[in-house]
Design a protein around this ligand. Structure first.
Ligand code: NI
Length: 139
């Protein structure tokens, strides 16, 4: 069971001013909440960079759906990586463009491989890759 521990932090006044400005734009209730979030971000980033941990990710692809070869290629890749892909959502942005949102979960290196493969499909207009934690062990 975890408990909350209070500790003091010493900061340069200008750094603290900048920090307060940063967190006021993000609607944090207090500094403690903002600092806890920054610590979590750092821990998650470490998991991605240095350990092949089990993580979750969101891959977003924008493309022209008239390019049937491209659509088939994206579907083929998702089937090749079906153990990682846990959900997909297809959104018709307009008459021409589609947005595919792919949620994935698995070992970090395998997910990066999936993202690179999808991003490399010829004709993709934009690809975004957001990483997060699988939630385990994170408080
Ligand atoms: Ni569509």
């Amino acid at each position: 069971m975890s408990r909350t521990i209070r500790f003091g932090v010493s900061l340069n006044d200008r750094l603290l001013k900048d920090f307060d400005r940063l967190i006021s734009g993000r609607n944090y209730k207090n500094r403690s909440q903002a600092i806890a979030d920054l610590i979590r971000d750092s821990l998650i980033e470490r998991d991605w960079q240095f350990k092949n941990k089990r993580v979750a990710a969101i891959i977003g692809l924008v493309y022209d759906h008239h390019r049937r070869d491209l659509v088939n290629k994206i579907i083929d890749i998702q089937h090749d990586f079906q153990k990682l892909v846990i959900s997909t959502q297809h959104i018709h942005l307009d008459h021409k463009n589609c947005l595919e949102i792919i949620a994935a979960k698995g070992q970090a290196q395998a997910i990066v491989g999936l993202a690179h493969k999808l991003r490399a499909v010829k004709g993709i207009k934009h690809a975004s890759f957001t990483t997060t934690t699988s939630g385990k062990k994170l408080i």
